[in-house]
Write a protein that binds this ligand. Structure first.
Ligand code: PLP
Length: 475
């Protein structure tokens, strides 16, 4: 290890090295039997005489902290234990701003390792069907010494080839006309929303979100100082008349409302665009999973209907590829593009270049389109199975919200209140079935329901999982 010793001044250098190594052993940074750097190496690193380091080591040895084996080096003693560690300093008086109390970070962290026998969580793809071999080859291509640009920072806008590929992809699959110049690559949707809000919304300004809706953006906007207004959603999507008139930015998921699952009706989409024009507001369109569309005609994205340059279109590779890639993008009107890239630069400069390059190749070579086609068939079968089962076996309790897109379908429970449904969810959890209640995504909305995801559960497990869930409704 490159153990860090900080030497200030030139007085008692051997004593200082001795004290710092001893402290590191006592507080566990250096573990029993760990090898210390050779005296010559540490001396060179610290720019001191080798004999200075040797004096420190001799003293540690004399006190039994280290042992030395000829030809092997100097090692932390076997019995130097953490028992002698001094207590941590008293709790610090430093406190985060209150807004951070509202972010359920423990819960979010637990999701990373959450496992259930039957996992119906919404919003995750099926990783077991990812084309690992092809992807590994493409990633390996970018990790050669001869690969360009490995030692320099990349362009905050993103990899040129990837921006081209994204513009082409959304043109074909979504009818969104954009060039690479309009696209900025981000670390997922979440960062796209972050840079857009930084650029467009001043602290104290109003941002409207759907209720129920996807919680991370709501919390993100609040953390940036926006006043966040939850706006109701009905069967046609966001209720435009309920938007507060001073709203600066509206965040919506029109293709597949999260979590209810319906598409925003055309008249509602047009009303929202007209509203934004009248109120001089921006719309952020989150098109997170509409590549998976089953049969029904695709709805026209707001961005494609927009004639006044008010729609900011955001896409993600978390569902089409994998969420761990942390890759997404934002298509901005030209008036915002430079500032969005400046915000991206100040946030993290750019998203990992080799991963972007690999994805560009994957799209260009046709692997991405093939993977989407394959997964569409898989997800369509799961969607149909779940909708059929809910319609037949859960008719007494659940009403399916019609939808033909994405990785989850939502069912409302009109006969149950939130507490009753929470009890069902708890019983399901105890029986090995993971489902999230709608209330987890709501602010004021009181509807009881279950968004049921089918990315994390294999097709042949769905029937058993739903049968078990069905029994949990009977108490
Ligand atoms: C509504 C919505 N938007 C976007 C995403 C993806 O976010 P990201 O691209 O940051 O992974 C999700 C994931 O669950 C989502 O539910």
């Amino acid at each position: 290890v490159d153990f860090h010793v900080s030497l200030v001044g030139r007085k008692d250098l051997a004593g200082e090295i001795y004290r710092q190594l001893r402290q590191a052993m006592l507080d566990g940074r250096l573990q029993p039997c760990e090898r210390l750097p050779p005296t010559r190496e540490l001396a060179e690193r610290l720019n001191v005489a080798r004999s200075t380091v040797a004096v420190a080591y001799d003293r540690l040895m004399g006190e039994g902290f280290v042992t030395s084996r000829v030809g092997a080096g100097t090692f932390v003693g076997e019995h130097v234990s953490r028992a002698t560690v001094p207590p941590m300093p008293a709790a610090s008086a430093l406190r985060p701003r209150p807004i951070w109390d509202d972010v359920p970070i423990r819960f979010v962290r637990s999701l990373a390792t959450w496992q259930a026998e039957f996992d119906f969580r919404p919003g995750v793809p099926d990783a077991s069907l990812f084309p690992f071999e092809a992807w590994r080859r493409l990633v390996a291509l970018g990790w050669r010494a001869s690969a360009p640009g490995l030692a320099t920072y990349g362009d905050p806008a993103g990899h040129d080839g990837l921006r081209d590929a994204i513009a082409h992809h959304i043109g074909l699959s979504r009818g969104v006309q954009a060039s690479a110049e309009d696209v900025t690559v981000t670390s997922g949707t979440q960062q796209a929303l972050d840079v857009v809000a930084r650029v467009f919304v001043a602290p104290g300004e109003r941002v409207a979100v759907e209720d129920p809706g996807y919680p991370p953006p709501r919390r993100l906007f609040a953390s940036l100082g926006a006043r966040v207004a939850p706006v109701p959603v009905d069967a046609e999507g966001l209720v435009v008349e309920a938007l507060p008139p001073d709203t600066r930015l509206v965040y919506v998921s029109p293709s597949h409302q999260f979590p209810l699952g319906m598409s925003m009706s055309l008249s509602r989409r047009l009303a929202l665009l007209a509203w934004a024009r009248r109120h001089d507001a921006a719309i952020v369109e989150d098109d997170y999973d509409s590549e998976f569309r089953f049969g029904a005609r695709p709805i026209e994205p707001l961005r494609a209907l927009d004639e006044s340059g008010r729609v900011i279109y955001v896409g993600s590779f978390s569902k089409t590829m994998l969420p761990v890639l942390r890759l997404g993008f934002v298509v901005t009107p030209p008036s915002l593009t430079e500032a969005v890239r400046a915000a991206k630069y100040l946030t993290d400069w750019h998203t990992a270049s080799p991963t972007q390059a690999a994805l560009a190749r994957f799209i260009d070579q046709g692997g991405f389109a093939r993977h989407i086609r394959r997964m569409r068939t898989v997800y369509q079968a799961r969607h149909r199975l779940i909708v059929d089962t809910l319609t037949h076996d859960f008719a007494r309790h659940l009403e399916v919200v019609p939808s033909h897109v994405g990785l989850h379908v939502c069912a409302l429970a009109p006969g149950l209140d939130g507490d009753q449904l929470a009890a069902v969810v708890d019983r399901a959890s105890a029986a090995g079935v993971n489902v999230a209640p709608l209330s987890r995504f709501a602010v004021d909305d009181q509807r009881a329901g279950l968004p049921i995801g089918y990315g994390a559960i294999a097709t042949d497990r769905i029937a058993d999982g739903l049968a078990r869930l069905r029994r949990c409704f009977d108490g």
